[in-house]
Write a protein that binds this ligand. Sequence first.
Ligand code: GRF
Length: 240
Amino acid sequence: MSERIAVFASGGGTNLQALIDHFAESDAAEVALVISDRAEARALQRAREAGIPTHHIPVQTRPIAAVTADTIDALDAARVNLVALAGYLRLLPPDVVRRFSHRILNIHPALLPSFGGKGMYGKRVHEAVLEAGCRITGATVHFVNERYDEGRVVAQWPVPVLDDDTPDSLAHRVLRVEHVLYPTAVEWLARVLGAAEGDQDAATVVQAAMPLPAGDDVCFCLNEGGEPDRRGIRRIFGLT
Ligand code: GRF
């Protein structure tokens, strides 16, 4: 069965776009729904342009029970079985996290557990990385729990920090990696869960299929064309 993905996004949605483009060409899953807490998010517009159903679920100032009910109703109505957070600035309600245990991923533009947590999003992350004098940053994909930027790490991809970097230039370099890493990670999870037998629980299945640590034979660098090494990223996920 092809998995059905809901993407949650609050902002521009370039990672959403990478997911839409990737799964337009893949039989592993489809982006079935895009949810945002912001009615005017560019991400919702991207989804509409791609013909994907959208849902605006306001969060601020609403009781958690109402947000939970709206979210579960929307996910169930679209028969979603996998969730990808892509620049979603809210915490998912705990009941949603429990219900989709081992079925929710997030991407963060730094090497967690550094430079994560509440308030660490967007430019602030890259400002903090530069402020600390880091020579390496990167992107992290992790399972989602009830706290910001926690949950088991699935994969990380390092990105060099250059002497003349600004928060914007660094964000740009990290985003290029995110756009390759995240669709690959979501495809990995879709294939792993899609291949599971009905009586196997997601935790066991995922545990048995965790991506390999990158070895000497996997190049973290950009390739000769200056692009993230797509083949290297797919290899650590065991995808051909
Ligand atoms: C990305 O850097 C992602 O890692 C973080 O939020 C940003 C979203 O960017 N979680 P975009 O909306 O996908 O362009």
